[in-house]
Design a protein around this ligand. Sequence first.
Ligand code: 0O2
Length: 205
Amino acid sequence: MNWETLLAPYTQAVDELKVKLKGMRAQYEYESMHSPIEFVTGRVKPITSILEKARRKDIPYADLEHHIQDIAGLRVVVQFVDDIRTVVQMLRSRNDFDIIEEKDYISRKKESGYRSYHVIISYPVETIHGEKKLLAEIQIRTLAMNFWATNEHSLNYKYSGQMPSEVKTRLKKAAEAAFQLDEEMSKIRNEIQEAQAIFRKKSDS
Ligand code: 0O2
């Protein structure tokens, strides 16, 4: 398999989607409004991770692109839980890609404690051989959910998926604390946003 050829359109998709999603944030800023988007990141899944997932899920090489939905991965991080819905609605209203599937791990968190909202899209990339539609995964989560998921991901990597049960228990407690943090911040959302609007005005003048 020629990985460079296979992954090139995914790199292009990630680059384009990063510009588009960051553009949404910039538009809010131009209009001096609170942006539901805090920051956007993106990556093409490393080859070792693709191979590991293919092995774990028993996916034949010829079918990698159909079954691994997150070769192109984007992450939209927001301040408040309600902002997730706003971002998902904005994604649903766009006409530059089709939504294939939505996975709501917020209403129903994963066994690990993981919370996030995933939108799987079919994204058209223009290549020199014509249009190629490929799958990309957009993960939308709060800063608190992101903090938890990043740390859990590092620990999973460290323990190669064989995490000691006391670490698992601590992570579950931390997930509950992150959930509580999101709840409390939502309750004082208006006050936080008023304070941020004052900062914005000050830095504009
Ligand atoms: P990486 O290193 O982020 O690329 P799965 O069978 O759960 O691996 P599936 O069914 O294809 O994946 O899709 P799902 O559940 O939507 O998960 C895809 C991605 O969501 C994962 O990619 C992670 O980025 C994130 N994710 C899902 N569950 C967890 C979790 O329990 N903890 C953390 N930290 N992230 C999670 P990869 O390929 O696992 O990893």
